[in-house]
Design a protein around this ligand. Sequence first.
Ligand code: CMC
Length: 433
Amino acid sequence: MTQNTTGRVAELKIDGKVYTLPTLEGTEGDKAIDISNLLQETGYITLDSGYKNTGSCTSSITYLDGNDGILRYKGYDIEDLAEKCTFVEVAYLLLHDELPNPRELAQFKQLLEQFALLHEDMIHFFDHFPPYAAPMSILSVMVNCLSSYYPEMGDDPLANIDITAARLLSKIRTIAAFSYKKSMGQPLIYPRHDLSYCGNFLNMMFDNPVRPYLVQPAVVSTLNKLLILHADHEQNCSTSTVRLVGSAGVNLYSSISAGINALWGPLHGGANEMVIQMLEAIHNDGNDFIKYINKAKDKSDPFKLSGFGHRVYKTFDPRGTIIKQACDEILEVLHVSDPLLDIARELEEIALNDEYFVKRNLYPNIDFYSGIIYRAIGIPTNMFTVMFALGRLPGWVAQWTEMSVDPSRKIGRPRQVYIGEKQRNFVALDDRG
Ligand code: CMC
C-alpha cells in the first residue's frame, strides 16, 4: 500500500514568508503534514517532546483510532481476531499480510515446532544469572545472543526472514519458560511437538517431574487471547525502538532485544506488574482507595494509577474491555476467587467517576486486568512483562520487516534544539580554579 498525497497543502508563515507543505492521508483518514523538506526550506525543525504529534513512518500493519477505541490488525477488528483466532494465526497475519489457509497454517506450525529447541550451549547461559535476575533482563540478553547462533541473516536483512521470524517466535517462548524454571531451581522442561504454541509454553512453565501439568483448554484459549491482544500496537515505545535500532542496519534479533528493554519500563509493558503491586498495596492498606486515588492526582507525588491512561486512547482501550471479560470468564472456570479483582473493579469504578480522571480521559488500559488473569493461571508477577513481550513479538518482527523494505527508509536520527553553553575558551587543567 502506498501513502496517499491529498493534493492539499498546509501553509506555514515564518517572518512574513509563506511556505507550502504537502499533506497526505492514510486509508482510514489519518491526516499528516509532510515536513521532510522543512529544515532545508525554512531553516526550522519541529520540536515535539514525546512525539505526541509526530509520525515516524507510514505503516500498513495496525490501525488504531484512540477516540473511538478501534484497533485493527491488517484491517481485521481486534474483537474478531481475539474471539476467533489462535495467536499463531494472528502472528502469521502480521508477518504475511493475510490470515493463513489451513495448509499455510500447518506449514507455519511445522516451522515453529522445528525451531522450538534452544542450542544446548545457550542453556548454560541461564546458570550464570543470579537467581534474583529480572526475567526481562534474561530475555533481552538471550534474544540478543540468538544473533550469534543463527547469523544467517548476514548482510541482507531480509534473507531467510520467514525462518528467522519463526525461529524467534518459537525460541522466545522456550527462553521465557526456561528463565522461569531456572529462577525456581527446577529442571527445564523441553518443548513437545504434540502441544500447541500456548499449550507448549504452559507445559514448559508448569510441568515438573513430580507433578505433571495438565494443559487445560480454557487456559490455553485465554492465553491465546491475551497474546493476540498484545500482538501489535503501531508505533508505541518498544516498537519505535525496534524500528529505530533496526534503521541503523542492526539485525532482527538485536533490534528485538532493544525493544524488549524498552517494553520493560513501568510506563509501558512494565505497567502490568505495577498494577498488581498497586492492588496489593491497596489491599494491605485496608482497601483505602481514596488514599491511592489522591496520590495519583497529587502532582507532587510521582505515583500514577498503573493500568490507567494511554497516549493514544482517549476512551476505553478496546483490549482492556476484552481482557476484563476474559478475566471474569477464566476466574469462573478455574474457580479462582482473587480479592485483587474486587479491588481492581472498585478502583476502576471510583476513577471513572472522579473528575480528575474524567477530565483527562483516563480509562483502564490493557494492563489493568491482564495481571489478574496471569495470577489465576499461575504466572508469577515478575513474568508479566515477559508475557507482554511474547505477545508483542510478531508485531515487532512485522514492523522491523516493513521498515527494512521501505524504499524511503533512512537511519532514524532526530534533531534537537541546543540550549547549552555557547562557545567558550578552553582552560588548561592547571589554570582551573
Ligand atoms: N494516573 C494519574 N494521572 C495520570 C495517569 C495515571 N495513570 N495517566 C496520565 N495522567 C495524567 C497526567 O499526570 C497528565 O495530567 P496533567 O494534564 O494535569 O499534567 C494527564 O493525565 C495526561 O497524561 P500524560 O502523562 O501527559 O500522558 P502521556 O500520553 O504522556 O502518558 C501514559 C501515557 C500511559 C504513560 C500515562 O497515562 C501513564 O503513566 N499511565 C500509567 C502507566 C501505564 O498504565 N502504562 C501502560 C500503558 S498501556 C500499555 C502500553 O502500551 O504500554
